[in-house]
Design a binder for this molecule. Structure first.
Ligand SMILES: [Fe+2]
Length: 323
């Protein structure tokens, strides 16, 4: 396999690119190769934050499923499925292992975020697969969150210290049925894998959330204070939260103003979130998808988001192990 020269975390190696230098007969052959090289490939993804495999003969959700299985990011842990997750996005399972990225409307921008950082349980890695590229737009934006932390810790020292000291509380109102017009429209029934209000209340309490039932069978939930930064294995720190993404937590039930606060109850003003978002966007690069692309992200180190698009676009996702 060939790849650009690697270095610590310069733009040329982010994402780190893997291109085949021999022919692969089919997706099974690719999966076999991935299985044989899963450790060095995972190491490269962890070092860069993102690994892009381009030019391999992969086309379908089934192909992607085989690759996910071969990479075995669960490494002995129980499989982490969309159903198991507290993701607030509406997604569609394509196999019992892979699902659509987000069914939010094409014109919606999905802000940069760490996957499920607004919940107590998040995946260590994410795998993406481009089944169909958009006619225009639709890139996945990527941002090194350790670089972001270094900048924010210098520029907003007191705020970053408060985030580290108190954590972040997220507020979110879930509908009783999926709302596909919203990027955060997953129902409480689906999110919590329950059928009744009593079951939902009990599950939320077990997770440490507080909850309040609203008119229309909606439920307002407040997370416990969740960590807003994460220590990485190489000694760096990641700005691991959903503070930027909460700016777009807007639908007929949700108001960005109320979507995030510090764990001590202090607000995180929208003005400040906007400035942090500008800094995050300034560090972001676009992964412009080509059909068949497979990407592995270190969810601890890297934030991702989705640019708006035109035409049809199909990017599939799988979660690695909970971590
Ligand atoms: Fe995401």
């Amino acid at each position: 396999m060939t790849s650009p020269p690697s270095s610590s975390h310069v733009a040329e190696s982010f994402p780190d690119l893997v291109i085949p230098d021999r022919d692969f007969a089919d997706a099974t052959a690719v999966a076999d190769w991935l299985g044989d090289h899963r450790n060095p490939l995972t190491d490269r993804a962890n070092t860069s934050g993102a690994l892009l495999l381009r030019g391999f003969p992969l086309a379908t959700a089934t192909d992607f499923h085989a690759c996910v299985e071969a990479l075995d990011l669960d490494r002995g842990h129980a499989r982490f499925s969309y159903r198991d997750s507290l993701s607030n996005a509406v997604r569609i399972d394509r196999t019992d292992r892979v699902f659509t990225a987000n069914e939010a409307p094409p014109e919606a921008t999905i802000r940069l975020h760490h996957e499920l950082a607004q919940t107590p349980v998040y995946p260590r890695h994410l795998l993406f697969f481009c089944e169909r590229a958009a006619e225009m737009g639709g890139a996945t934006a990527l941002c090194r969150s350790d670089d972001l932390y270094d900048i924010l810790a210098k520029r907003f020292t007191d705020f970053v210290r408060s985030v580290e000291q108190h954590g972040v509380v997220y507020r979110h109102v879930m509908p009783s049925e999926d709302d596909p017009t919203s990027s955060m429209g997953r129902s409480w029934r689906s999110t919590l894998s329950v059928e009744s209000r009593d079951e939902a209340t009990a599950r939320l309490a077990a997770l440490g959330y507080s909850s309040r039932w609203l008119d229309g069978d909606d439920v307002e939930v407040l997370t416990p204070p969740l960590p807003g930064t994460l220590a990485l294995a190489d000694g760096r720190t990641s700005f691991f939260n959903q503070i930027v993404a909460t700016r777009s937590w807007r639908d007929c039930r949700n108001d960005p103003e109320q979507a995030a606060r510090l764990g001590n109850g202090d607000p995180i003003p929208l003005d400040l979130r906007n400035v942090i978002a500008e800094q995050t966007d300034a560090l972001a690069i676009d992964l412009d998808w080509q059909v068949g692309d497979l990407a592995m992200l270190d969810n601890h180190r890297v934030q991702h988001g989705r640019r708006p698009f035109q035409g049809k676009r199909s990017v599939l996702v799988a979660f690695g192990a909970r971590a």
